[in-house]
Ligand binder design. Structure first.
Ligand SMILES: [Zn+2]
Length: 57
C-alpha cells in the first residue's frame, strides 16, 4: 500500500512553463533546488536581456 513505485516519484511545477515534471535521477542531489523542467526553461529567465555576444558587431 505505502510502497514506493517508480510511478510514485515526486513531482514539481516548472517555474517557467508551468508544466509538471517528475523527479529524475540526475536531480537526486539537488531536487530541493530544482525549479525548472529543463535547462531550456532554466535559461529562459533572462530571455529579454540581449547577450553580450549579440551586442558585439
Ligand atoms: Zn519548463
Amino acid at each position: 500500500m505505502a510502497m514506493r513505485r517508480k510511478s510514485d516519484l515526486p513531482e514539481k511545477t516548472c517555474a517557467t512553463c508551468g508544466r509538471p515534471f517528475t523527479w529524475r535521477k540526475k536531480w537526486a542531489k539537488v531536487w530541493d533546488e530544482v525549479r525548472y523542467c529543463s535547462d531550456r526553461c532554466r535559461g529562459a529567465r533572462g530571455k529579454a536581456a540581449p547577450k553580450p555576444e549579440d551586442a558585439a558587431g
